[in-house]
Design a protein around this ligand. Structure first.
Ligand code: GCU
Length: 355
């Protein structure tokens, strides 16, 4: 089943690439032109003449707060640009994993995607500062830092040389551990556990420091990997844990709160630059509003979702010794900051912001 999904995702990406190669209409960017031409073939109701249809990839369900926000974003963008632009959303990894869709955005095969911090972090070290466990006190602090710290201009524009722009930060909650067989009460319980992580070397060091071992893989592979015993568990936020039904295969949720890692809405740099000043202002404003909307939707949803779990099947452990995790990771974080000037720049800016 999961293999089939992956196959479909790859086929979709190949079809998009083929459409890009064969197009020649008058849309102003390669990506936009590609979408214009393929849209006419795939949509029962074609977009109005002159409407550029952008594609946005998303790796989770339609219930997710980021998806809900993007539905409103897309509608408002169309209305406020008098129909010049429309954003079509592709949830559930239908266009591929986040790593694949970031590459598609970079090459202009699609226009937009929502990707975890890990992926911009694979091209620009600045982002790795956000991958560090316990670096932010809470999500509110992370949001305030991103909105106000001058270092963010440097961080956000650094990706342009790789073909994409950061449109906005998107909150993605706080991550905790979930496992198949036993709860985690302190870092000692992590010993010997194989845990799925996102695809970043920072997380591999993190799991080592916690006493387990990291098995990096994309979102779409997690459920089966836990079910088949390839890994003993994973770590993520509450909304993903419930929406993606990971509780079915990993019924022990342990509130470690070890990571506050954001997602980023990204856009192909040429596509963004092709916007008129007026349309760009609309886009930028919707991005700013989008961040706040996701935060509100998230907070409204998180308790409700956790409360919806059947406690005869799912064990929720909230009295986790977070300090034991912090102590284990502190030397790793220190080393990371000392070893990389870009990570240090962001880390120092955070200390400055706190003054
Ligand atoms: C979170 C995050 C996603 C990411 C996922 C993961 O749910 O919001 O962007 O893909 O974690 O662990 O892969």
């Amino acid at each position: 089943m999961r293999k089939m999904k992956r196959f479909l995702a790859l086929s979709a990406a190949v079809m998009l690439a083929a459409a890009t190669a064969g197009c020649g209409n008058s849309a102003s960017t390669p990506a936009a032109a590609a979408v214009g031409s393929s849209e006419a073939k795939t949509e029962a109701k074609p977009a109005a003449a002159g409407t550029q249809v952008w594609r946005m990839a998303f790796n989770q369900t339609e219930e997710h707060p980021q998806y809900r926000m993007m539905e409103e974003f897309s509608k408002a963008f169309k209305e406020r640009t008098d129909g010049r632009y429309e954003i079509k959303l592709f949830p559930n990894e239908t266009l591929g994993s986040q790593r694949e869709t970031m590459e598609q955005v970079q090459s202009g095969v699609i226009e937009m995607s929502i990707v975890n911090n890990t992926h911009p972090g694979s091209v620009s070290d600045y982002f790795k500062a956000f991958d560090m466990p316990f670096v932010f006190e809470n999500v509110e602090e992370a949001i305030a830092f991103v909105k106000t710290s001058p270092v963010m201009d440097t961080v956000k524009t650094d990706t342009q040389q790789y073909g994409f722009r950061i449109a906005t930060y998107l909150p993605a909650g706080t991550r905790s551990m979930f496992t198949a067989k036993q709860p985690i009460k302190s870092v000692a319980d992590m010993k010997g556990l194989k845990i799925r992580t996102m695809e970043s070397d920072v997380y591999v060091s993190m799991m080592d420091a916690f006493g387990g071992s990291a098995t990096p893989m994309s979102m779409g592979e997690i459920y089966t990997a836990i079910q088949s015993g390839v890994v003993d568990g994973a770590e993520n936020n509450e909304i993903t844990y419930v929406n993606s039904k990971f509780y079915e295969v990993a019924p022990y949720w342990s509130q470690t709160n070890h990571l506050i890692v954001p997602d980023w809405l990204i856009i192909n740099a040429d596509v963004y630059n092709s916007l008129s000043d007026e349309d760009r202002a609309v886009f930028d404003e919707l991005c700013e509003e989008g961040l706040d909307k996701v935060h509100v939707l998230w907070n409204n949803k998180v308790d409700e979702l956790m409360a919806s779990l059947d406690t005869s099947k799912v064990t929720i452990t909230t009295d986790v010794d977070a300090r034991s995790f912090m102590a284990a990771i502190a030397p790793v974080n220190e080393k990371l900051v000392a070893s990389n000037p870009k990570i240090k720049e962001v880390y120092d800016a955070l200390q400055e912001f706190r003054k």
